[in-house]
Design a protein around this ligand. Structure first.
Ligand code: ADP
Length: 466
């Protein structure tokens, strides 16, 4: 039965083929599972590594061609991916370092800017505020936190500063650094500032341009404005100018009359003893005036320039007033002016420089006697206001008084009321010194009330100390 034999053979061959195919499929399935497991293992460990063939097909069985090709491709991808991951990790590390350095530099710059007393404003290429310090916020009266990244023209109510910063940015620093003097209306009043505007280079370093203002190859990214308050310096220099011109004028007057009278004497214009004596007296008076003038000028300028050392200690104003009264008493008696007092206890004290305060009381008291005709009276009072914690010195005379239009100026340097000029010689510096001693040195307050023909009251008030 050849047909049956053939069938058996065919069945046997098919069975063998099926067995072979089954075996191959089984092996491929195992290899695929091994490959999958190995990839999973790498993914779990987050580390890529090439897969060796024996890890997938087993040490005993060499890998088939197809599996070999797949393995090769997988390993190539793994190697590329591994290299890319390593590169990225190095770059990430570098970026992290750069970021740390940049953050530290920014914090450093911010710390410097916040610690300086000048007002600093930094804008970017869109005229938006990127940095400002406390001093700038106070000067221009804006909220630091809310101002960040807002346009400067929305923050600053000073169109001049805004336009100067904008012009500097638009000019890309071609004109270099600019320094201008500018007056700003601050919450504390109008102040004068020296404004330095510098272009900021747009380069990677983000720093300000060099000393010449050159912005480098990158162009201007923004502007730094530094405002230095020069109000006090300006006031001092104006005061010095006024002072010098006033002093030279005041010194020239007595000197001119001394010269004139000496020439008259030399030319023999005074032929009798009486006239000579008159001339000598004029020369003596003018020389005395010159001496007083020089003393007062030196006193004022030494105090104003800070050359005199201020030595404040708790002082009884009553005691200081008593000392000054003792010195003035003979002068008052000689002139026929009565001195009376109404003083508080010595126990109340103010922090004061005794010598300076004594000088101030002496000047006011001296004026009271000087501008009061014989038969008049000068009363010296000290009073304490417990509630306000102040002590007041008040010196009232029954003298000639001061015309109302002159009153606001009597504390000014060299000011002498025309109406009283003939009453007594003077320099117009005594009350200016009083004001300086009381208000600048002791942070006190001076005051004056006067009525022509009835008399004047001059005085000052200081805070009591504990
Ligand atoms: P002076 O050396 O001229 O007295 P002061 O500065 O002491 O300078 O005073 C300025 C001016 O104020 C005086 O010239 C005078 O006209 C006026 N004055 C000051 N004290 C009195 C006073 N007690 N009574 C009237 N006038 C006074």
């Amino acid at each position: 039965m050849p047909g049956v034999t053939t069938l058996y053979i065919l069945i046997a061959v098919l069975a063998a083929a099926a067995g072979g195919l089954g075996f191959m499929a089984l092996r491929m399935c195992r290899q695929a599972t091994a490959l999958g497991l190995r990839l999973k293992e790498m993914s779990r460990a987050r580390r890529l590594a090439p897969i060796r063939p024996e890890e997938v097909v087993g040490r005993a069985a060499p890998c088939g061609r197809g599996v070999g090709l797949v393995l090769e491709a997988v390993n190539d991808i793994v190697r590329h991916a591994d290299a890319a991951v390593s590169d990225a990790a190095v770059k990430a590390k570098e970026l992290e370092i750069h970021l740390k350095v940049a953050t530290a530099e920014r914090q450093h710059a911010e710390a410097i800017i916040y610690s300086i007393s000048d007002a600093v404003l930094v804008t970017d290429t869109f005229d938006e505020l990127v940095l400002a310090n406390d001093s700038a916020a106070k000067t221009f009266d804006f909220d630091l936190e809310q101002a960040q990244s807002r346009r400067v023209d929305q923050i600053l109510r000073d169109p001049k500063i805004v336009s100067m910063m904008r012009e500097m940015r638009q000019s890309e620093g071609r004109g270099g650094r600019r320094v201008v003097e500018h007056r700003v209306r601050t919450p504390g009043g109008v102040r004068t500032f020296k404004v330095t505007l510098s272009p900021v280079s747009e380069g990677g370093d983000g720093g300000a341009a060099g000393p010449g203002g050159e912005s480098g190859p990158h162009g201007t990214g923004g502007v730094v404005a530094v405002l230095h308050d020069v109000t006090h310096e300006k006031e001092i220099s104006e005061m010095k100018n006024d002072f010098v011109s006033n002093v030279s004028h005041e010194l020239r007057t007595p000197l001119a009359s001394i010269k004139a009278y000496v020439e008259l004497l030399i030319d023999g214009e005074a032929d009798d003893e009486k006239t000579k004596r008159e001339f000598y007296e004029v020369i003596q008076n003018e020389a005395n005036r010159l001496g007083r003038l020089i003393d007062n000028i030196l006193n004022i300028s030494r105090i104003e320039s800070g050359l005199v050392k201020i030595n404040k200690k708790p002082q009884s104003l009553t005691a200081v007033v008593r000392d000054a009264m003792e010195v003035i008493a003979p002068q008052a008696a000689q002139k026929g002016v009565r001195l009376s007092e109404n003083l508080t206890q010595v126990g109340y004290r103010a922090m004061a420089d005794r010598d300076m305060l004594y000088q101030a009381v002496l000047n006011v008291l001296g004026n009271a006697v000087k501008y009061t005709p014989a038969g008049g009276e000068v009363t010296v009072e000290t009073a304490v206001d417990e509630a306000r914690r102040t002590v007041t010195v008040r010196i009232t005379d029954t003298g000639v008084g001061i015309p109302p239009q002159d009153l606001p100026y009597v504390f000014e340097k060299f000011y002498r009321s025309e109406a009283n000029n003939r009453m007594a010689p003077g320099t117009g510096l005594g009350l200016s010194l009083v004001k300086h001693i009381v208000e600048t040195v002791h942070q006190g307050r001076t005051f004056v009330e006067s009525e022509v023909g009835r008399g004047s009251t001059f005085g000052f008030e200081l805070d009591l100390c504990e």
